[in-house]
Structure formats: C-alpha cells, structure tokens
Design a protein around this ligand. Structure first.
Ligand code: ZN
Length: 323
C-alpha cells in the first residue's frame, strides 16, 4: 500500500453534507462577500456536542434549492477527490431542506443527481445516508425512513439518526428503527458520542449495522464483545470527537483499543468545514497522537470496505485498490 497518506486510496463513511460545504460554495450560494469563520467552524474551546451543532444553521440555509443541493454534493466530493478518497457515504437530513417548493423526494433526487454529476467529474463513487433528526417529530422521521426505502439501492444506501444525543437519547427512537428494520433499510446510529454506553447498546439491540462514533463503548467490555460478535462497524471521527468532548485526552481515545480488540473501527471526517479537517488530517493525527502505526492503515482501509453500505461489486473494486 502506498503509505503517503495524502495520496493513498481512502474511504470516508461518515461525512455530513452541511458540515462539509466549502467556504467558497457557501459564499457563492448565499451571495456573501465575506464569511465569518466563527459561524461555520467549531470554536477552539467548544464545550459540547450541543455547542458544536450550532455551526450548522448557516450551511443548512444554503441547501434550500434543488440546484444548491446538487452542487453541494459535487462541492464535497471535489474536496474528497483531491485527497484520493475513492468511495464516500455522504449523509444529510433531507427534512431540513423541505420548504414551500421542495418535498423529501425532490430533495433526495437532487442529491442523487449531485452524486451522479460528481462521479462523472471526479470518478468518486458516492452513496447517500439519510438522517432522521433527534429533535424532529416521529411523523417527520418516519417519512425519512420511507424515503430511504424508496431510493434504497438507487443512490441511497442507509438511514442514520443525528442531532443532540444527550437531549434525545436512543430510547426515544425504538419505533423508528423497528420500522427501518421492517422495511429492510440498513442503518447506522450516532451513539456513544456523549458518554452513553447505553445508547450504543440500544443501537445494537435495534439492529444497527454501524455505530456513529461509539466512543463510550470503551466503558463496557461486554458491549464491545457483543459488537465484535455482531460485526458492528465503528465510524470514528477523531477531530470532531475531541471538539464535542466525547474524549478529552489522546491517551483515552479508543481507536487503538478498538482495533486491538478486533472491532471494525474506521477513521472518517464527520464535518470537513465545521471541524476544519480532511481525511488526510485525520490519518496524520491518528499516526502522530493516537498510537496508530503505518501497518494499521491497511486494516483501517479493509474495515471501511467491509462495513460500507456499498454493494458487493463496489466493495470488490475498492479492495482491488489495495496492492
Ligand atoms: Zn456525525
């Protein structure tokens, strides 16, 4: 494997559309002459996930027209292509873009068109994960599950649940994921980002195939074992995890421990703009501070392929990129 981390093939499975829009895209779309970085980047002394989430208001306002949604996807894939990301799963909450003239289907179709356009331009295969939101009503979220079902295999690969995990824990969403399971929509759930191992356990119980972050699982060896036995994927996003205070010291970051335990852990960006990062930066950080060695890069890549929601033909192509 080519160990130059900026040029080696990479996979990003946890990347939010709104949190990854480039400054140029936001300024062009919102007709701004200048853009205060504080509005779109987590503050250096960010104290919590709730504070981190305040950076998304302005980017969401740039996702209210079909063309903007389409171009937003192209904008994020372009950034990923520049660092040789070969496959990505971009997630977003379509309900945040519905308005007087766009319904959920219009929004998702525009995003799928963006994925096709981005593939034609950059050759990066991209699937969409639709996010239900923790602060939305059950009715709103059930519509998102049904929308994911409608487009599953045709641009959409899975469902997610995002937002304030501490304010709305997973126990509020049992019915939502029962519905997803019934409709055979695969899902990942942001869990264990705010210290709750219970949320990870519930995600596993509901049938999640992957856990967004899952940091708190480190507190519970029995839970880790259950996740290993069930081949659950872990989508870690180091920079973001420090910003939201999911962890506070590099020595307690669980990536090394997860890999040693045999969990299918991966490295991802979360929010390229809000966290001011790239996947190359995340790998560099892991190598420098999180006890990851160059020999682990192959394992991390293979884990990403294995837990991705891509179909088998795409997975084979991605594995083929490994020398
Ligand atoms: Zn996330």
């Amino acid at each position: 494997m080519n160990y130059d981390i900026s040029t080696m093939p990479k996979i990003d499975l946890h990347c939010h559309l709104d949190g990854s829009l480039s400054r140029t895209f936001l300024m062009d779309t919102l007709h701004l002459n200048t853009l205060d970085a504080q509005k779109i980047q987590a503050p250096k002394d960010c104290q919590s996930l709730a504070e981190y989430l305040t950076c998304f208001d302005l980017p969401v306002s740039a996702l209210q027209e079909k063309e903007h949604i389409r171009d937003a996807i192209v904008d994020v894939v372009r950034q990923a292509a520049e660092e040789n990301v070969r496959y990505m799963e971009i997630r977003f909450a379509p309900a945040l873009s519905t308005n007087s003239h766009l319904d959920l289907e219009n929004v998702v179709q525009a995003a799928i068109y963006g994925c096709q356009k981005a593939f034609d331009r950059y050759g990066v295969f991209t699937n969409l994960i639709l996010c239900a939101m923790r602060h939305h009503s059950p009715e709103q979220n059930h519509l998102v599950v049904r929308c994911a079902r409608e487009f599953l295999g045709n641009g959409v690969c899975a469902l997610d649940l995002a937002g304030d995990e501490a304010g709305h824990p997973n126990e509020e969403f049992e019915a939502l994921f029962a519905e997803a399971k019934r409709l055979e929509v695969p899902f990942t759930i942001h869990s264990g980002e705010c210290g709750s191992a219970k949320n990870v356990a519930l995600a596993l119980q509901y049938g999640a195939r992957r856990i967004g972050h899952g940091i708190a699982a480190i507190k519970d060896p029995a839970l880790m074992q259950a996740c290993r036995d069930a081949h659950i994927g872990f989508e870690l996003c180091p920079t973001s995890n420090f910003q939201t205070k999911a962890v506070t010291a590099a020595s307690s970051y669980p990536l090394r421990a997860f890999l040693d335990f045999g969990l299918l852990a991966t490295i991802n960006t979360d929010n390229r703009t809000v966290s001011h990062t790239t996947l190359t930066d995340e790998y560099a950080f892991a190598l420098e501070q999180l006890a990851i060695k160059k020999e682990d890069l192959r394992t991390l890549y293979k884990n990403s392929v294995e837990i991705s929601f891509a179909d088998d033909s795409v997975k084979h192509q991605l594995l083929y990129l490994l020398p």
